[in-house]
Design a protein around this ligand. Structure first.
Ligand code: IPM
Ligand code: MG
Length: 363
């Protein structure tokens, strides 16, 4: 199979970890007989330096001509966050990419790795066997609703609006139920319908969509209770469906079950198979260029690319298995080694080599 991948490596550790993910993709090409091409395009800090813009038109064009986007983390060091190079990266580059391609589906799998359950501060008995996929709405709600800032009666007033249209809920609900059909056939909708009208609409629309999927069980929880159950009883979840804002918060909370942001990938999709794949952690300026960053969340994101954009299930499973096997053998990047002094400490590049080799040798 031939595929074109746009590579937006991003800032600080971005290029280092994206290079390891490409190493693994190349191993997939050789092992399974595919041909992928990789087009680099500047974004975020690099694009700002070159063009004074975080998401230039020629980068969007490279993305448009590709079958998927591989994205590294964007953002600058805390001390420079007010500098124009970094101040609007989130809004312009991250939200800009979501908007440009109508990526309204955000999939965030949460699957603690056997043998690494001790990385999580949550009790091992609570997280053993947890396998959740968050389906977060990504194109609407408070992020994109009417917002503003003004002075009223001599004081500052600011507002953001949680506004959802029926079709926006309908399409993300459909994505969640379709995914649940391929899994354990349960969708938990999370909202705040005891207070928010928008959550009432979510419940109505999702209940309607559920009728088309009689085999899937639909559960509903308020977000405050759900944030507690995520820690105390996370095994109850299969597919979790929620709004943009609640999804942002709950997926960070859920990453604690895995124990490391370095082991959490993310996929953003629209109507077709075109998608964006990225780690959920930041650009870690403090360890950039030192061969210390953990490339596994980017490598796991590449597995999501193979599955969701290219329909290559065996290849996707192969990459995930390679990651789990390398971890099972005790190899640890510094972030993971801190919890496992007995493990074999490896750098960014060696971790990429190990996973690529495991893919190459997979049966
Ligand atoms: C995420 C991030 C982004 C979001 C930020 C960086 C805009 O937190 O992908 O979860 O809020 O969606
Ligand atoms: Mg977030």
């Amino acid at each position: 199979m031939r595929k074109r991948i746009a590579v937006l490596a991003g800032d600080y550790i971005g290029p280092e970890i994206v290079a390891e993910a490409i190493k693994v993709l190349k191993a997939v090409e050789r092992r399974f007989g595919h041909e992928f091409s990789y087009q680099d395009a500047p974004v975020s800090g690099e694009a700002y330096d070159k063009y004074g813009k975080h998401l230039p038109e020629n980068t969007l064009e490279v993305c448009r001509q590709s079958d998927a986007i591989l994205k590294g983390p964007f953002g600058g060091p805390p001390s420079e966050l007010n500098h124009p190079k970094w101040a609007k990266v989130e809004q312009e580059a991250i939200l800009g990419l979501r908007k440009a391609f109508n990526f309204y589906i955000n999939l965030r799998p949460v699957q603690p790795v056997d043998g690494l359950l001790h990385l999580s501060p949550v009790k091992e008995e609570n997280i053993r066997g947890v396998d959740i996929v968050f389906v977060r709405e990504l194109m609407s709600g408070m992020y994109f609703g009417p917002k503003g800032r003004q002075v009223e009666n001599g004081e500052e007033v600011a507002f953001d609006t949680e506004l959802y249209r029926e079709h926006e809920i309908d399409r993300i609900a459909d994505a969640a139920f379709t995914l649940a059909m391929q899994r354990r056939k349960k969708v938990t909708l999370i909202g705040k319908s005891n207070v928010l009208t928008s959550s009432v609409l979510w419940r109505e629309v999702v209940a309607k969509v559920a009728r088309d999927y009689p085999d899937v069980t639909l559960d509903y929880q308020h977000v405050d209770a759900a944030s507690m159950y995520l820690i105390s009883n996370p095994r109850q979840y299969d597919v979790v469906l929620t709004s943009n804002m609640f999804g942002d918060i709950l997926t960070d909370e859920a990453s604690v079950l895995v124990g490391s942001l370095g082991l959490c990938g993310s996929a953003s999709l629209g109507d077709g198979s075109f998608g964006l794949y990225e780690p959920i952690h930041g650009s870690a300026p403090d360890i950039a260029g030192q061969d210390k960053a953990n490339p596994l969340s980017t490598i796991l994101s590449v597995a999501l690319m193979l599955r969701h954009s290219f329909g290559l299930m065996e290849e996707a499973n192969g990459v995930e298995k390679a990651v789990f096997d390398v971890l099972a053998k005790g190899y640890r990047t510094p972030d993971l080694a801190a919890y496992d002094p007995q493990g074999t400490k490896v750098g960014t590049r060696q971790m990429g080599d190990l996973v690529a080799r495991a893919v190459a040798e997979s049966k």
